[in-house]
Design a protein around this ligand. Structure first.
Ligand code: FES
Length: 76
């Protein structure tokens, strides 16, 4: 799947050497319990650890040449 279709159920799309694209109705809750509803069909969450806008991806993974490990899917 390529990442930006409208869905009614959440989906996490792992991008190669990039962020997690999260699709679906989204509400974020911070450590203090404050909630923010995201009025977008998807958001990109940082996977590399270098974003200055965590938890969101700001594109820094590209300049940091982030390389994800292969085969990183583990069943919870
Ligand atoms: S994954 Fe994009 S800045 Fe971290």
């Amino acid at each position: 799947m390529s990442g930006t279709e409208n869905r009614n159920d959440p989906l996490i799309d792992v991008r190669e050497n990039g962020p997690y694209l999260v699709q679906g109705p989204l509400t974020f809750r911070d450590a203090q319990g404050n909630e923010q509803t995201i009025d977008r069909p998807w958001v990109a969450l940082c996977r590399c650890g270098h974003s200055q806008k965590k938890p969101f991806c700001d594109g820094t993974h590209s300049s940091q040449n982030f390389q994800a490990e292969k085969g990183e899917f583990y069943k919870p």
